[in-house]
Design a protein around this ligand. Structure first.
Ligand code: NZQ
Ligand code: ZN
Length: 388
């Protein structure tokens, strides 16, 4: 059911092969000193860096580079960027990259003029009280949805915690989405991003309210779209139709569109984030590795919902079958999709070679009072063991 809700997403999206042309007008006359944030160098290899620099030069701004943002960005890196912002009096952070670069840019904005940002924002989720630096993004990889939300996920290596926080003030002012920029994403990372998209959708879909709700209908449509286009993009990485659909699927999956009327679950993400805190893994692959075990233990608490998923998303034929059998077939089909697409089906495939840290990981996972049932640390441990 759709009850009361506020929908407000302040990010402007420029989408398509000509999208970068809008950068000049967005920057000229509005900003003077731009922090150009990027990752480990893929944008230099694929030519995006040169394209962006040539537009920025026309904007007559001072460009300060903040390079080397790693996948699963660390708080240490955030503090390095925050120092640069203060020293150079930056007035816009332009993130060029995937979710890690955009998240790091948002975190730098938070940490530039707030002391003790980790505790205040990632641990205690305090309100913002000091100046923020506006951020904008040029997306190079589809997955997280960070280009159109206020979320920022950061790893604190000392505390062994990977945590997300979110503020609407951190939504990018604008984001530039050119699907061609994703052509060079390696297959493994593309698939990781794709399962991330699916998980964002499923973790909203597999949560109350189960009543008639546009959010659920949209979720099913986006899931089918992303799976159909994944098959095409695997065969033909330069297929614009597939890449453009996947890119917009990613944005739609986590920009608030699917939230009205839904509680959200997010326990798969909570588990993956702690796997990520212990092992530096690709986020979406980590989600794929634990999702099947997670959903299998969840089915008994929400049989009707899993049955609907099986029929509407995977065309499972319910004739002469129990509801539970249909529900299970849906998750079998999801497991099959993961396997056939060559996503990680287990923690071992993710590169974790032994079970020695699974207990510690389980103990560090936040068990949210999420929809249908709340996990215990023991449940998390069982899921990790089964996923191994
Ligand atoms: O380091 P660079 O050079 O950028 O290379 C990256 C990186 O090695 C590479 N890549 C990106 N675009 C490319 C490319 N390589 C070639 N060509 C391109 N066009 O891909 C690798 C992975 O990039 P990364 O940004 O780490 O991937 P992703 O977009 O999956 O981001 C993952 C991070 O986002 C967080 C995750 O936890 C993880 O830390 N999340 C953020 C969310 C949010 N803000 O809303 C929600 C998500 O659930 C997620 O937790
Ligand atoms: Zn995610």
């Amino acid at each position: 059911m759709l009850g009361n809700f506020i929908y407000h997403n302040p990010t402007k999206i420029y989408f398509g092969v000509d999208a970068l042309a809008n950068l000049k007008e967005e920057i000229t006359g509005k900003y003077q000193r731009v922090l150009l944030a990027y990752g480990g160098g893929s944008i230099k290899r694929n030519g995006i860096y040169d394209l962006v620099i040539s537009v920025l030069r026309k904007c007559k701004v001072e460009i300060v580079e903040f390079a080397g943002i790693m996948p699963n960005p660390t708080y240490e890196k955030v503090l390095e960027g925050a120092k640069l912002v203060r020293e150079k009096q930056i007035d816009l952070i332009l993130a060029v990259g995937g979710g890690s670069t955009i998240d790091c840019a948002k975190a730098v904005s938070l940490a530039s003029y707030h002391d003790d940002a980790w505790n205040r924002f990632w641990v205690k989720h305090e309100p913002i009280s000091q100046k923020l630096i506006p951020i904008a993004s040029i997306l190079t990889m589809a997955g997280t949805g960070s280009e159109m939300n206020g979320g920022t996920v950061i790893t604190n290596t000392e505390a062994m915690l990977k945590k997300g926080t979110g503020y609407i003030e951190l939504n990018p002012q604008f984001s530039i989405l050119n699907p061609e920029f994703t052509y060079s994403v390696p297959k493994y990372q593309m698939l990781s991003g794709i399962f991330d998209i699916m998980s964002h959708i499923m973790e909203t879909y597999f949560s109350a309210d189960d009543g008639d709700n546009l959010s659920d209908d949209l979720a099913e449509a986006i899931l089918k779209n992303v799976m159909r286009n994944t098959k095409v993009a695997i065969e033909d990485p330069y297929n614009y139709v597939a890449r453009s659909n996947i890119m917009w699927d990613a944005t739609m999956a986590l920009n608030g569109t699917l939230d009205p009327g839904k509680d959200g679950d997010w326990e798969v993400h909570a588990i993956e984030h702690q796997i990520g805190a212990y092992y530096d893994v690709a986020h979406g692959m980590g989600l794929a590795a634990v999702s099947i075990a997670y959903y299998r233990q969840k089915i008994p608490f929400a049989v009707a919902r899993f049955k609907k998923f099986a029929i509407n998303v995977f065309n499972v034929d319910p004739d002469k079958k129990t509801d539970l059998a249909v529900a299970n077939e849906g998750i079998d089909a999801l497991a099959d999709f993961i396997k056939k697409s060559e996503m990680c089906s287990s923690l071992r495939e993710l590169g974790i070679s032994d079970e020695s840290k699974l207990k510690a990981i389980a103990s560090s996972v936040s068990c949210y009072p999420t929809s249908y049932q709340t996990l215990t640390t023991d449940d998390v441990y069982k899921i990790l063991k089964e996923s191994f």
